[in-house]
Design a protein around this ligand. Sequence first.
Ligand code: SAM
Ligand code: SF4
Length: 330
Amino acid sequence: MGLSAQTLADGFGRRFHYLRLSVTEVCNFRCTYCLPDGWKKTAPLSFLRVDEVGRLVAAFSDLGLSKVRLTGGEPTVRKDIEALIAAAASTPGVGKVAMTTNGWNLHKHAASWRAAGLTHLNVSVDSLDTETFAAITGRDRLPEVLAGIDGSLVAGYSAVKLNAVLLRESAQAGFAAWSEFVRERPVAVRFIELMRTGDNADFFLKHHVRGTVLQAWLTANGWTQRPRDFDDGPAVEYEHPDHAGRIGLIAPYGAGFCDSCNRLRVTARGKLRLCLFGEGGIDLRDLLQHDADRAELGERIRSSMGGKAQGHRLHENRPGDTRHLAQLGG
Ligand code: SAM
Ligand code: SF4
């Protein structure tokens, strides 16, 4: 047994029970706002192994963590993704294991990932229009992604959520189609305001639109805001009496966005990142090699918390050293 469960907190009274763990920087899509030229190898591939992930999650669990999200890059390009899921899911104290995926192979694996211990799934789908989807992601894969979503709805997940980046032209044109999509399906579609990163400054200027356009559409069409759950994070969700699903907004440029921050991040190379838009990171990898280092690892994590900033500085056009979200895990 490790330390007794205690909650990680920072100097601003925020508590952290949620770890977003990137398991790879590699991706097979080319989303216009993230990796428009596709993923390129810039450093040797040495991402966290299954045993390292097991030790990392165990140390966070000692510190009160109860939810882990696997992300990337595209986490499912890892051939050992099922073992990574199982390593997180088998850690005592971890009740929720989530994954964010672009859905390219979900139609084949929804059931086996669930069996391995995955409880929550987020699938990124930027458009329900085949051509727009291909233009945004660089991959003509919408039918497979949608088949994967429908497969995951019968695979027994606690929740299936969809992510769509809010882009000025395409997203607004799609609001009505998304509303129809969730009429019978019990899924939450969450629009994410486009974030500026180191690499996408020009794209951002051209395509960023405030989440208020979505909120205005929802209100005009009979959707109402629902109360937030304890671990919803920054999403605000809307519901409608005629629709089984929900539509939500994640608005990082909105007021108070960082006040509800409940997550910490670890990169695929084992660095603790206190903010998505921060700089550098605290290397944990040397303490991930032996079970005996568990207490020291926990202490390094705990003692780093004082470095967490109150908020990001995106409003000042300062995305930290994040070139794109695939680098750190979005
Ligand atoms: N590859 C997986 C996927 O796309 O779901 C997981 C990693 S991806 C970086 C995680 C999420 O970040 C996706 O929903 C993606 O759309 C979103 N994302 C990436 N770059 C973004 C940006 N600049 N602004 C807003 N959301 C972004
Ligand atoms: Fe890949 Fe996800 Fe980035 Fe798209 S958003 S390029 S799927 S990492």
